[in-house]
Design a protein around this ligand. Structure first.
Ligand code: ASP
Length: 443
């Protein structure tokens, strides 16, 4: 028996054929805890069963016929159950879900959309000869909607018997008022991390349909390589600019116990995938460029004034006005006489600019500054690219600098004191092209 938590995503469980592959992986080393998603898409034109349930609820709320989606949901499970040759009374379960969809109470929404995971775990536990452990019996949310790790751990330890293996439905737990509560979409990743934390295991295997964390977004860079090892921090920087293989909040739970996450492919299980390691392993990985990520549609708002050190209140003004308008400062770069705000909007509009100028003038007056001589310049349609590094050496720095500056449309570069990643700004238009060129030069 292997002390490991493994989680299988929707595509790994989309049909019986895939579930057989999952079984081989699990039983190859009798993995102790298995967390499952709801069956996902079998091909591009298919639908995830969680989406079926969401559609049922939304249609029912509009008093519309939801039978088409409910039938898809039922038929898929009936087929899997029959092929797996397990005995479960699906009819009663379907009836209960149907009744709740029909009465479409908002407080039942999370219960309804979590039933894909529930049924998936029920069937797979029987198929594997593992015990079924319902997540609602040990993942508890507190009043603020956070997982209460202390009470969850007490409940988990009480439920678990030595030498038993378990299948657990992902994506949900129990709210403080005893209702099923789901995480945000993709939340089974979090269930896996939580189970690893509660069981004091240091290894969490997360199986998807890709070979691991890729060096760059595969929809832009074809045949991007796999990152064999990266730290939590490297992953955070990659996901910050759009790389999305895992649920963003996973790190929160992994960090608590320095859990090692292994991202693997169900359909290519011989491949070792990517290892996401606690930050203390930074030196083991050494000086290396880890990956590239990037996003389009930012703007750079430059505030310029002589002797800017006196005027740091401008940061608060920008932050306040931008927030009031639903925008966010993504990064700040400052120099002797200017501060650059990188804002998550490609076309920064005049109305917001006027609001900022008005508030700045008020603030100057409040601070008794008579010289209100400042300029604001806007550069729209900017993309931000992160070159994620584990740590530097001269050779790497040289490689990065020569690669980024040679690109036309280059706008700016930033790197903080302790972070090993470099952020680069370019004009939007050539984003895909630039990413491809950087990939070729750097990897
Ligand atoms: N089935 C849920 C979703 O589609 C949760 C998950 O798969 O992790 O978001």
């Amino acid at each position: 028996m292997e002390d490991v938590v493994c989680k299988f995503g929707g595509s790994s469980l989309a049909n019986f054929e895939n579930i057989q592959k999952v079984k081989d992986i699990i039983l190859s080393s009798k993995k102790r805890f298995v967390v499952v998603s709801a069956p996902g898409k079998q091909d591009k034109n298919d639908i995830k069963l969680t989406d079926c349930l969401i559609n049922c609820f939304n249609l029912s709320k509009l008093d519309k016929d939801f039978s088409k989606f409910f039938d898809i949901f039922k038929d898929r499970f009936v087929k899997i159950k029959q092929q797996a040759k397990v005995r479960i009374n699906l009819k009663t379960i379907f009836l209960e879900i149907y009744k709740r969809i029909l009465s479409h109470n908002d407080f039942d929404y999370d219960y309804i959309i979590s039933r894909g995971e529930y049924l998936s775990a029920l069937i797979i536990s029987k198929y594997l000869g593992y015990r079924f452990l319902d997540a609602k019996d040990f993942i508890f949310f507190d009043k603020s909607g956070e997982v209460d790790l202390i009470s969850s751990k007490i409940a988990f330890k009480k439920l678990i018997k030595k030498d038993e293996c378990y299948v657990i439905p992902g994506f949900y737990g129990l709210s403080f008022n005893n209702r099923i509560k789901t995480f945000s979409r993709g939340g089974s990743d979090l269930t896996g991390a939580i189970v690893a934390l509660l069981s004091d295991f240091i290894k969490y295997e997360n199986y998807t349909d890709v070979d691991g964390f890729l060096v760059a977004n595969p929809s832009i860079v074809k045949n991007a390589k796999i990152i064999k090892e990266l730290t939590y921090k490297n992953m955070r920087t990659l996901t910050y600019l759009g790389a999305n293989v895992l649920h963003q909040d996973c790190l929160k739970f992994l960090k608590e116990n320095d859990i090692i996450l292994n991202l693997r492919n169900t359909f290519n299980s011989k491949n070792c995938g990517s290892l996401i390691l606690p930050d203390k392993f930074k030196d083991k990985i050494g000086a290396k460029i880890i990956g590239l990520s990037g996003k389009k549609d930012y703007s750079v708002v430059e505030f310029r004034s002589y002797d800017i050190q006196k005027y740091f209140f401008v940061i608060n003004v920008f932050d306040r006005v931008l927030r009031q308008n639903g925008l966010r400062i993504e990064q700040i770069i400052s120099s002797i006489d200017c501060i650059n705000f990188i804002v998550d909007k490609s076309d920064f509009d005049e109305i917001i600019l006027t609001k900022i100028e008005d508030e700045l003038i008020c603030e100057y007056e409040n601070n008794h500054i008579s010289n209100k001589d400042f300029q604001i310049k806007i550069t729209n349609n900017v993309c931000l690219i992160a070159i994620v590094c584990n740590s530097f050496n001269l050779e790497i720095l040289n490689k990065i600098f020569t690669s980024i500056i040679k690109e036309k449309d280059f706008l700016f570069i930033s790197k903080s004191l302790t972070e090993s990643s470099v952020f680069v700004g370019y004009k939007n238009d050539n984003f895909e092209n630039i990413l491809n060129k950087l990939y070729k030069k750097l990897f």
